[in-house]
Design a protein. Structure first.
Length: 539
């Protein structure tokens, strides 16, 4: 024995075994230090995974649970090392009681482990709350669907009788006709026109995605103070080729009308369509009849045209969620049926399968930008504007910058992407795409790891998604393969991608041109994003 007990305890608090070595007990020191070697080996193995590999592990609840168990074991081992170092350097006289100073040393040892335990538990809870439980996610229970008030909804088509729709008898689908086509094809017809099958986490990610790419609908939800309900004013489709790392962002205008509907819901909005047509009719010449009515029989009285459904969503695209949010029968597995319906509608419009959606509330967007330390944006024109606050008790969002490179915080970023007075919805959409690209370009995995504690809490508060928890590791790896300098950004906006306007002057999508552009960008990459091939973002 020898040395001061508190010195020995303090040394072992820093490095288990150091206090024993200080007490000249090398054998005991080696025994206490041996777990340090094992811990260092495990830490090296974790770090050797690289930022993407580490991030993919940190989104696994099973891995995090293992870390929490290891954290408790390490705490016990360190406490034993501290107490042992104290005891072997203490005299027989003062071994019978635990001095306050030793208790303080043990407290100092316990604090970081307690924080780690709290953070790890919180992270697991957040992951299980935000992301969807899927087969294979043992012991996870999906959140119940959120049923909203019936105002501004239409009946779920799965709960009301729908008129029979005859498939056109073209040569291309003759194979599906009973008595004529292939029996296997006839049997498969129901699956072809039915909603997608449940997610299968036990299948390899590339096989699950099927078409070689991951596609996610990004939705910005505007529900700040003074606004009625939740509006999906920002709708951007992000798609990644997970073989090449090439990515693209397609922006959809919120005010598109008469968007075509996929087969499973094409009859759902007929009554709403009749209401919209009646509302849009005008009588500029004040003859008592809508200007669109035509006198067909020459009696001087315009006749009301026979109603023929367009099988489309008759009002603005950003209201799909509003009208379908209670469709729990059509989307029984969906946490938010309205977002699932919006995903299906946009997928059909652009002819690109969309795997998942992610909706970010406005206030969450501000906090995410702040959590990653802000974002650098190349701004093309002076911006000195103020927009409404993202939430109660928070200042209005303002930005005061000149053209050129600027570093924006959360509220400045919000003002930048929301402002449209003196501009247009379509210019605003371009700024939104460019800001998303800027965030993606500047937020490498190390930066995300540093912001992880804050982001976990923000995700739980502000994110809604149908991404399965079991898919997160694959998602991290696919995102890590993206060449952020090679992201195409395209706004599918009028007049280029519209085929006219409604009586209320809302753009009608040119479906063929939209689909052709999407195919071109997916095939040719950034070279096809504009005529010159240059980015709209000047990054």
């Amino acid at each position: 024995m020898g040395g001061h007990p508190l010195v020995a305890a303090g040394l072992s608090a820093l490095i288990p075994g150091a206090g024993q070595l200080y007490a000249r007990r090398p054998g005991r020191a080696a025994a206490m230090f041996l777990p340090t070697i094992l811990l260092a080996t495990g830490g090296y193995g974790f770090l050797s995974q690289g930022p993407v590999g580490m991030a993919s592990l940190l989104v696994r609840p099973t891995f995090l649970s293992g870390l929490l168990v290891a954290n408790v074991v390490i705490l016990i081992w360190r406490a034993i090392a501290v107490i042992d170092a104290y005891v072997i350097t203490s005299s027989t006289r003062n071994r019978s009681w635990m001095p306050v100073t030793l208790a303080l040393v043990l407290l100092a040892v316990a604090v970081p482990h307690t924080i780690a335990l709290s953070y790890g538990t919180r992270t697991i809870s957040a992951l299980r709350t935000v992301f969807v439980a899927a087969p294979g996610d043992i012991a996870l229970v999906p959140l119940p669907q959120i049923v909203m008030p019936a105002f501004d909804t239409v009946p779920d088509p799965a709960t009301v009788p729908q008129p029979t729709v005859e498939l056109p008898e073209r040569r291309g689908n003759a194979i599906f006709r009973p008595g004529f086509g292939d029996p296997d094809a006839i049997a498969a017809l129901g699956n072809i026109y039915s909603p997608s099958t449940p997610f299968a986490p036990f299948v390899d990610a590339k096989e699950r995605l099927g078409n070689g790419r991951l596609t996610i609908l990004l939705v910005g939800a505007d529900a700040g103070p003074g606004r009625e309900g939740l509006r999906t004013d920002t709708m951007i489709v992000a798609t990644i080729d997970h073989e090449t790392g090439n990515a693209a962002l397609f922006g959809l205008p919120r005010n598109l009308k008469l968007v075509p509907l996929p087969h499973n819901i094409r009859q759902a909005f007929v009554e709403l369509e009749k209401e919209v047509i009646e509302k849009d009719l005008t009588d500029a010449d004040e003859d008592g009849y809508p200007d669109l009515w035509v006198d067909m029989d020459g009696d001087g009285i315009p006749e009301e045209p026979e109603f023929e459904s367009c099988h489309c969503f008759p009002t603005m695209l950003n209201k799909v969620h509003q009208y379908t949010r209670n469709w729990t029968t059509s989307y029984p597995r969906a946490r938010d049926p309205g977002l699932s319906a919006l995903k299906d509608v946009i997928s059909y419009l652009i002819d690109l399968p969309i795997d998942f959606y992610v909706m970010v509330k406005m206030e969450g967007f501000v906090k995410v930008v702040d959590a990653i330390g802000g974002v650098d944006v190349n701004i093309k024109a002076p911006f000195h504007v103020t927009v409404s606050s993202p939430e109660d008790g928070v200042p209005k969002a303002s930005i005061n910058v000149e053209p050129g490179p600027n570093h924006l915080n959360g509220l400045e970023s919000l003002a930048y992407v929301r402002w449209r007075r003196g501009s247009s919805d379509y210019n605003r959409m371009g700024r939104q795409r460019c800001l998303i690209r800027a965030v993606a370009t500047q937020t490498g995995s190390p930066k995300l790891l540093a912001a992880f504690p804050t982001l976990v809490e923000l995700f739980e508060q502000s994110i809604s998604t149908d991404i399965p928890l079991s898919f997160l590791p694959d998602l991290v790896k696919i995102a890590g393969s993206v060449d952020f300098s090679n992201i195409a950004t395209v706004g599918l906006v009028p007049p280029t991608y519209s085929s006219g306007r409604t009586p209320g002057k809302y753009p009608i999508p040119n479906v063929d041109r939209i689909r052709s552009k999407v195919r071109q960008v997916l095939s040719e990459g950034v070279a096809a994003q504009s005529r010159s091939g240059e980015s709209e973002c000047d990054l």
